[in-house]
Design a binder for this molecule. Structure first.
Ligand SMILES: Nc1ncnc2c1ncn2[C@@H]1O[C@H](COP(=O)(O)OP(=O)(O)O)[C@@H](O)[C@H]1O
Ligand SMILES: [Mg+2]
Length: 322
């Protein structure tokens, strides 16, 4: 069953320098029970896609296409229906837990407030909050309830932000680069916590990251974005062993965890991501692609699906899946 169906979604920002097409004609489905990794370099449009899902696009953004959640198009929802949805159905954990937490309220007050859509007394909501803090591995949860965000470390704050999201019992949890601001040890703890959260989310999780390595340890399926476009999707187990798109292959080659011979120079993909909004023809990766040939600069590659429909790639070199 599809929880979410994204159909030909585009998002364009109006900026003083002209329009910026941050998300281009993306189609993607998400099934119940799935953990999807959304991967791409900085600026590839990941957060824009997430904002569209959260119905939080800024006023200077224009979205087209369809974004169906339980069969209802989020792009055409009324403001009231959107507010309802944000607290009840889709929850998010962002890169900076400070943005999720109010600096002038205690953790306890906030964790109770996060449950405003839920039934039960204040006391019951406090009990639920304390139990959730325990579940996310926070020691002395009663004491934490009385503290303010600034009194806590980045790792604890991120755990609390995850607890807050889980308290709303979301059907879709979106974590947008939730570990980017953390040190390596804390990062691994938060990744383990997100992995354990799978059991607490009766729906699906989207994990957004520029780090392919994290996707391989957390996700069932991966969707690779490049310059606002979705260029490859498929089950993690297959994409990591037999990537089809030259960009996915290049990303994997740059993953430090996969480098087996000692080196002082980490590999990188030469060139830079195209400026969004610039008129261009053909495949967006063509200027950086070592494998490009005649049609790549001229024609936009169309999506090639595998026979069983589980893999998709947009590349002129791939005419059929292995
Ligand atoms: N509010 C905005 N106004 C104008 N341009 C924006 C805005 N937010 C993001 N962008 C642009 O959209 C593109 C995609 O950004 P973003 O979705 O944040 O990518 P990512 O999350 O993959 O780093 C970037 O070029 C960025 O500068
Ligand atoms: Mg982002």
């Amino acid at each position: 069953m599809n929880l979410l169906e994204i159909d030909d979604l585009s998002v364009t920002y109006n900026s003083p320098d002209g329009p910026v097409k941050a998300v281009s004609n993306i189609s993607l489905n998400l099934q119940k029970g799935e953990v999807l990794g959304l991967v791409g370099e900085s600026g590839s449009g990941k957060s824009t896609l997430v904002s569209a899902l959260l119905t939080l696009l800024p006023d200077n953004a224009h979205a087209s296409g369809r974004l169906c959640w339980h069969g209802e198009d989020l792009l055409t929802l009324s403001a009231t229906a959107r507010r309802q949805l944000r607290g009840n159905g889709i929850a998010t954990v962002s890169q900076d837990p400070f943005t999720a937490l109010n600096p002038v309220l205690t953790i306890g007050k906030q964790l109770v407030a996060f449950q405003h859509h839920k039934t039960g007394s204040r006391r019951e909501k406090r009990t639920r909050a304390i139990a959730m803090l325990e579940r996310v591995g926070i020691s002395d949860p009663q004491g934490r309830m009385r503290q303010y965000p600034h009194e806590l470390s980045g790792g604890i704050r991120q755990r609390i932000a995850i607890a807050a999201a889980l308290l709303t019992e979301p059907e879709l949890l979106i974590a947008d680069e939730p570990t980017t601001a953390l040190d390596a040890t804390t990062e691994m703890q938060v990744v383990e916590l997100l992995n354990a959260s799978r059991r607490l989310v009766d729906g699906a999780i989207i994990f957004v990251t520029h780090d392919l390595h994290l996707v391989s340890s957390l996700c069932d399926r991966v969707a690779v974005m490049y310059a606002g476009e979705l260029i490859e999707t498929g089950p993690c187990a297959e994409i990591f062993t037999t990537p089809s798109h030259p960009y996915t292959r290049a990303l994997l080659a740059c993953d430090p965890a996969r480098i087996t011979t000692p080196t002082r120079q980490l590999p990188f993909i030469a060139g830079s991501v195209p400026v969004p909004g610039m008129a261009r023809q053909g495949c967006p990766f063509q200027p950086r692609c070592a494998e490009s040939f005649a049609p790549c600069a001229q024609e936009t590659p169309s999506a090639v699906l595998s026979a069983d429909g589980t893999r998709m790639v947009c590349c002129h070199k791939v005419t059929q899946h292995a």
